[in-house]
Design a binder for this molecule. Structure first.
Ligand code: APR
Length: 179
């Protein structure tokens, strides 16, 4: 499984699945959530509303992940996850690790072979980019080992991208990932 670090706009990535740093309502927001909804078109919000009407009446819990189609995005799917909000006292790195792990698992269940992440929780949710990078590194590295063992389920990921919106965050991720 290849890991790539790049400075760019997640909504432009032509991977199988991009990961949205959403909130528990799944009804959109600012940051990358807003950018993804704008690029995907109104069908994405309708798909999220349907999730709330059916399997997620109470919203998506922190650390969980759920998939929808990508609609007008280049990516075929969007995997929505809810990162921990430092401003709400959610400081347990295990919650953030769960976002990365669950998003990879959902992407694999969808049949994705390539996935692109933003720096989950490193924006409005107030986490330090270096801590996010370290949690991401450990979670994705562990998955690349366990996922490879789990390849028997037939959906190993070939590529994981981290697409960072600023030069500073890109530099932090490159340093943590040794790239
Ligand atoms: N492509 C890639 N990364 C982006 C993009 C983009 N188009 N837009 C923003 N980012 C980056 C931010 O710069 C930050 O580094 O994504 C990272 C995560 O920031 P947020 O989008 O603010 O997400 P988060 O910190 O997890 O906060 C989630 O914000 O947008 C709302 O509805 C969302 O309530 C939720 C909260």
């Amino acid at each position: 499984m290849r890991i790539e670090i790049m400075h760019g706009d997640l909504t432009m990535r032509g991977v199988d699945a991009i990961v949205n740093a959403a909130n528990s309502s799944l009804l959109g927001g600012g940051g990358v959530d807003g950018a993804i909804h704008r690029a995907a078109g109104p069908e994405l919000l309708e798909a999220c509303r349907e999730l709330r009407r059916t399997q997620l009446p109470d919203g998506l819990p922190v650390g969980d992940a759920v998939g929808t189609p990508g609609f007008r995005l280049p990516a075929r799917w969007v995997v929505h996850t809810v990162g921990p909000n430092r401003h709400a006292g959610q400081t347990d790195p295990e919650l953030l690790a769960s976002c990365f792990r669950e998003s990879l698992a959902v992407a694999g269940e969808l049949g994705a072979r390539s996935v692109a992440f933003p720096a989950i929780s490193a924006g409005i949710y107030g986490w330090d980019a270096r801590e996010v990078a370290e949690v991401a590194h450990d979670a994705v590295t562990a998955f690349s080992v366990s996922g490879a063992r789990g390849a028997a389920n037939g959906s190993p990921l070939d590529l994981v991208e981290f697409v960072l919106f600023s030069e500073d965050t890109t530099a932090v991720f490159r340093a943590v990932f040794g790239r």
